[in-house]
Design a protein around this ligand. Structure first.
Ligand SMILES: [Zn+2]
Length: 230
């Protein structure tokens, strides 16, 4: 089940503007096929009606799963750019969060500003993991690999480590690195690192669900390290 909206896209090939259908809200529990469309980014693919060029162009939307009880808002900030549009198409993220809290008080609410971050959150929550711990692990992996790659020729810049899946009997955590390397880089971390952060680390309470904290990303993880030093 999904709520749709009409948005305007501009073709990057021929410059034509056109109206097209897009998703406002996706309830993935009720529509598993749609979940895959999000995971593969295909809900953000469009075909130009003038020149038939296909292109990807993410837009703001929200993604809900009722079994794991979470809502993720992908906020790409178009609302501010198009403030003359009808208010319905244009609800501020704050209003959407307030509404979600009212109707789904037990749900985890997250706000992301990038399609890849949306997909990562879905992978994390589908695996039944705490996204704060996984985000923190990803941040540490990025740091670690950045240090090791400094001496590579040519040097490789790591932009982000994104959680992909749990693998193997022991449930290792599998991360894919977004980097300047032409080859994909994967890093695996043992689940005992995750368990340590969950149960024993002095940081463990930083990973509890906290009121009003919706943006769990790299800068949040960097802030956690500062807590440890202080
Ligand atoms: Zn075109």
């Amino acid at each position: 089940m999904a709520i749709k909206k009409t948005i305007i896209r501009e073709c990057p090939e021929c410059g034509a503007f056109f109206d097209t259908e897009a998703y406002e809200v996706i309830n993935a529990t009720l529509d598993l096929a749609l979940r895959d469309e999000v995971i593969w980014g295909r809900i953000f693919d469009f075909t130009c009606p003038v020149c038939s060029h296909r292109f990807r162009s993410p837009y703001s939307m929200s993604y809900k799963e009722m079994e794991q009880e979470y809502i993720i808002f992908l906020d790409l900030g178009e609302a501010a750019e198009h403030s003359d549009e009808p208010t319905d198409e244009n609800r501020l993220i704050e209003n959407q969060i307030a509404e979600a809290r009212e109707f789904f008080p037990t749900y985890r609410i997250r706000v992301v500003h990038d399609m890849m971050d949306l997909i990562e959150k879905i992978h994390i929550f589908s695996a039944g993991l705490n996204d704060k711990i996984v985000t923190y692990l990803g941040y540490k992996i990025k740091d670690d690999v950045t240090l090791k790659m400094k001496t590579a020729k040519p040097p490789i810049r790591v932009h982000k480590a994104l959680f992909d899946s749990l693998k193997g009997k022991e449930g290792e955590l599998n991360f894919g690195l977004l980097s300047s390397s032409p080859k994909p880089i994967f890093v695996t971390t043992p689940s005992r690192d995750y368990e340590y952060l969950l149960k024993k680390s002095p940081l463990r309470h930083q990973f509890d669900e906290a009121e009003g904290l919706y943006q769990i990303d790299e800068s949040w993880a960097a802030g956690i390290d500062k807590v440890l030093i202080a």
